[in-house]
Each structure stands twice: as C-alpha cells, then as structure tokens.
Design a protein. Sequence first.
Length: 559
Amino acid sequence: MSKSTIVFTVTALALILSGCGQQAKEKKLASFIDSHVKQLEPLQDKYAQLYWDAATTGKDEKYKELSSVDLQIRRLYQNPEEYKFLKSLKKSGQIKDPRLARQLDKLYYAYLQNQIDPNLTEKLVAQDSKIQNIYNNYRGKIEGKEVTTSDIYTIMTTEKDSRKRELAWRASKEVGNVICGDLIELVKLRNQAALQVGFDSYHTLSVTASEQKVEDIDKIFAELDKLTTEPFRKLKAELDDILAKNYGISTSELMPWHYHDPFFQRAPLVYELNLDDYYNKIDVKELIQKYYAGVGLPIEDILAVSDLYDRPGKYPHAFSHSMDRRGHVRVLCNLQNTERWVETFQHELGHALYSKYHDLNEPYLLREPAHSFTTEAAATFFGRNSLNSNWMKAMLNLSDEERDNIERSARKYRQFQATLFSRWALVMYNFEKQLYANPDQDLNNLWWQLVEKYQFVKRPPGPADCGWASKLHFVTAPCYYHNYLLGELLASQWHNYIVHNVLKLQSDEKVSYVGDQRIGKYFRKYVFEPGALYPWNDMIKRSTGEYLTPKYFVNQLIK
C-alpha cells in the first residue's frame, strides 16, 4: 500500500467518524429541542394570554399570575447542565443542519441570559411586574383632574396656551417620578444578573444575546450623528420660528412642552397643512383595513380579536401581540382619527402581520422574526404611509391639487421625522448605555445633558426630576431602543429594493403602495414566512441583495 493510500484511508476514516459524531450530536440536539418545546409552548401560550389580560384590564391579579408564569419560563432556561450541553454543541461547530443550527443559537442565548441565581430571577420578575402594574394604572393630573395619555396628546397638538401645555407635559411625566426608585432598583438587579454570567453590564449582555455587537451599534450611531446634526439644526430652527409665532413667544422662550410630543420624538404638525384635517373625517379602522386587504395582507382576523379604543385601566399606548406561534395575533390601540394614529395603527399591524405569516412548517423556535429590529422595520415600512401624499390621494380619493398641497408639507414632515427620530434614538441609546454603566450617577441631569446635546431642547427651570422614567421602554424593552433606528434603516432598504426590483420603477416619486398585491407577496415570501430561519443580516441580504446599510435611509429621508 502506498503512502498516499494510507493517508487517504486515515483521512476517510476520520471523516466517517466525524460524520458519525456529527449525526449523533444533531440527533441528540433534535431530541432536546423536541422535549424543550413541549414544555415551553404551553407556558408561552399562557403567558401571552395573561399579558393581554393584564394590559387590557389593569387588574392586579393578572399581573401576579403573569409574574408566576414568567418565572416558570425563565426556570426552563436556568438548568446549568443543559446550558453546558448547548454551549459545547455550539463550540464544537458540528451542527451543520441549518435549521438545527439556528435553533441552537436561539436556545444558547436564551439559556445564557438565565444562568443566574433563582432568587435573583424572582426579584427581577417581581420588580418588573410591579412597575408595569403601577404604570398601566397611573393617570397624570391636570389641576387635580385625571387625564389619559390621549388627552395629553390632544392638548399638546392643539393647545395654544403655554401654561396649559406645560401642565399637560408635566402630567405626562408624573408617572416617571412615581416609578423612578423602583426602576433604578430594577436596573441594579439586571446588572447583578449580567455580572453572574460574565458581562460588565446588562446593556452589554442584552445586546450580545440579541446577536449584535455594541461596537457595531456605536459605529452606526456615530455615523448617523454626523449625518444628521446639521440637517437637524436647520430643520429645528425653522420649526422653532413657527412654534414661537404660534404661541406668541420668542424662540428663546421655547420649552419642552412647546413641542407636540412629551419626548419630542415626533415632528409637530405645523407646516402649512395639518394632516389631521384629512384624517379626522374618516374612520381610521376602516381605512387601514381597506389598505391592507388591497396589498394582499388582510387583517380582518386580527381586528376581530383586537382591543382598539381607550378606556380606564387599559394600557395607554399601543402594541402588537402574538398569542402563540401559530399566526394568532392581536393589536392593542387607543384609536383616534388623527395622523398619529394612522401611523401607529399601521405600524402595529406591520408587527402583527410579521407574526401572522410565519411559515407553520418551520420549527416552533424559528417562528419569530429574524430579529426584533426586523419586525420594527416592517412596522415602520407600513407606518410611513401616513405621511405619503400618494398613499393619501389613493386612499382618501383626493384630487391632484390636494395631493400636491399635501406633498409640499409631507415632504418636510418626512425629512424632519426621520432626522428627529435619529436624534431621539441617540438620546435613548446613549442614556441607557450610561444608565447601566452607573445607575448611581445623577441620571436626571444626565438625561437633560443628552436631550440638549442631541435634540437641542432646553431643560426646564428648577431641579431636574425623573420625568425620563415615564418612558416605559426602560422597563418593558430594556436596551432595545437602538433597534427602532435600525428598523428605520431597513425599512428604507426594503423601500429602495421594492421600488426598483419589485415594482420595476425608476424612482419612488409616484409610489403609493395602494392596491398592489406584489407588496404582500414580497413581504410574505422574503420576510414574514422565513421567520428566524436565517440570521438577521442574511435575511436582509436575501430580501434586498445586500447587508444592512444606512445609505438608503439617508438618501430617502435625510438628504
């Protein structure tokens, strides 16, 4: 036997043995996943129902039950021997089946986050539930009278009197002062958990476990800061002139309550034309239902089980909610016939449709979005319709002249909203990063330093309070806000691809996205149905031909 034959035989034998090892590992992993899902699925279904019940009723007992089930789910991921098994499989690199490999990734990161002391887990769940319960049931007061979030937004978008605006703005912040101490304690508990699994802070752990890198996010945000600073400075100066005239004050007297959103995260409707004048004449629910049906994404089944209008005890904002991983989804809103709610309603339905159309033939663990920011991107893509003059013309039966009048204003709104949201996301991302780096620092002062730096808004006179804590994302979606901005980038990337490669157009000048079934087919095939089958950047390349890039967002909306 020649030397080359001996080498070949040894190599072949090694490959055979390796293949046997690989097959054994994949078989063992498949068995583990099957057992895990049998335990997880009923708990997830129960949790989903309880979360819905708690948000729609505000009842204490629902929040207590929710905490109990949350703990049961977390305990599934706390077994150290199972974690070691998953970690060893991931390190081995021998799981070649793509579906098994993706499920392994999902399980590994879920277990990683839960390798903490069970007593600490109980404290985390209890503290989170406690804060949410207080928040959902709290109503700010204006001169002793309770007001809803919808009341506050109405005042802040219509009221001319500065004193009344200030009272509404301060009412929106009251809950932050109520929950602030509990929230800081929750931050410290989360940091303790992160330290137990080898991370310097919960912020680093959260970003890593979501298959992202802090340095990559820092780089994207630094680039967007450079690209948006001067455009925002110019746009805000124009806005400040308009607002000052509307309120009969000088621009130097403008305060946070003079902007139309408590956190100045949405562009005020002040440019020549108030879009609410068009939307307050119609039924938002019927309008949006008609639109989605026209693009091949019907929502009747979603609306039939949703909760759409304001009432006491109900969660005051909006969200989409998957009841299981079998396409049963709901939306909670507090609808009004305004541009804000046309945008918000379509946004939440974008989330819902993503969950509705996951391919049920895919494994249970992969029936979720490729990443949390990819579902934000879908929601953003559809939510942008509210400021699309071509969409308004088609949906509201407007004349060409009306469309042109709207476009002059809408173009400014779109540019301002995109630029403004970039700046607002910079506040949230940098504040939260520093919050977890040192929760004992002067957070109230830090908040206003960042608001002044990125949003160019003056801090109000007097000592800074915990108004920042009224942003519930700090509780329910910690270290998540950067994903909203990444979603904006991806929404523009999808828009560019669809315009040029699906609709085969030279530009988006007349694009309305109304009545074209190709829109629904594209999203179902390339985005919704695959779920988490591919890592998020691979899904983006499959759906657009390239990895995530900010260039389309800047070209479409900033420039």
